[in-house]
Design a protein around this ligand. Sequence first.
Ligand code: NAD
Length: 260
Amino acid sequence: MSVKNKVAVITGAASGLGKGIAATFIREGAKVAIADLNLEGAQATAKELDPSGKMALGVAMDVTNEAQVDTGMAQIAAHFGSIDILVSNAGVQIVAPMEDFDFGQWKKMLAIHLDGAFLTTRAALRFMYKQGKGGAIIYMGSVHSKEASLLKAPYVTAKHGLIGLAKVVAKEGAAHGVRANVVCPGFVRTPLVEKQIPEQAKTLGITENEVIKNVMLKNTVNGEFTTVEDVAAATLFFAAFETNALTGQSLVVSHGWFMQ
Ligand code: NAD
């Protein structure tokens, strides 16, 4: 099982989990397109992870924009000669109580998480089917693909939705050797989570330490954050697995916060 010489597209890879997955995949010999809304960040990450310039490519891609996704994917296929793995990871968080949730913010959340997953999957599948050598699609879900939390209506809705999408892609992709799975992390201290700690403290009227202990890590088995490396290892497992035996599945990496 290996990703050596495979071409992986990772969205939202200029930061956090995507960046960590990119580092792991490059270390394992894959060529990686770092696709991000933030082109400067994507290019800087590509340079940082691969000073040789051969294994990583920074690409501008707003995953909610159909034309940008299709153009970006074509650019990546032309540059590296193939598209074998998609990690649909780009995401943001916006928290508010249901009764105050702004409709525009709701739509923005669903666009990034669900339209983004749809558009990048469709573009990647078109290359994978044409190439005829299979492929792996991995969605960045969350414990919130299985559980709910206060203040996160669109996030929980979208992350649950990714499991449905993965199951359909698993069924449709099977004839082409394309597998689709979901990685579901618990809290990881990326910029996305660092931002939430003071926001939740303010909304819930508690201290930041209380948010960490009593909200984020309360139900873990040992009060620990999941790490970027933990999530990258689970993603690598799905990416490298070679047969349709492992498809349409979701794997929770959360220090036991959620157990199925
Ligand atoms: P992050 O903020 O560190 O990184 C997110 C990246 O996505 C950024 O580089 C940003 O520029 C990019 N991005 C945002 N909107 C985009 C768009 N429209 N098109 C392309 N790129 C865009 O966040 P992270 O914690 O690394 O989160 C990555 C994914 O992991 C998200 O889907 C998130 O929901 C999921 N996740 C995170 C955690 C956690 O605890 N950090 C837990 C479970 C799931």
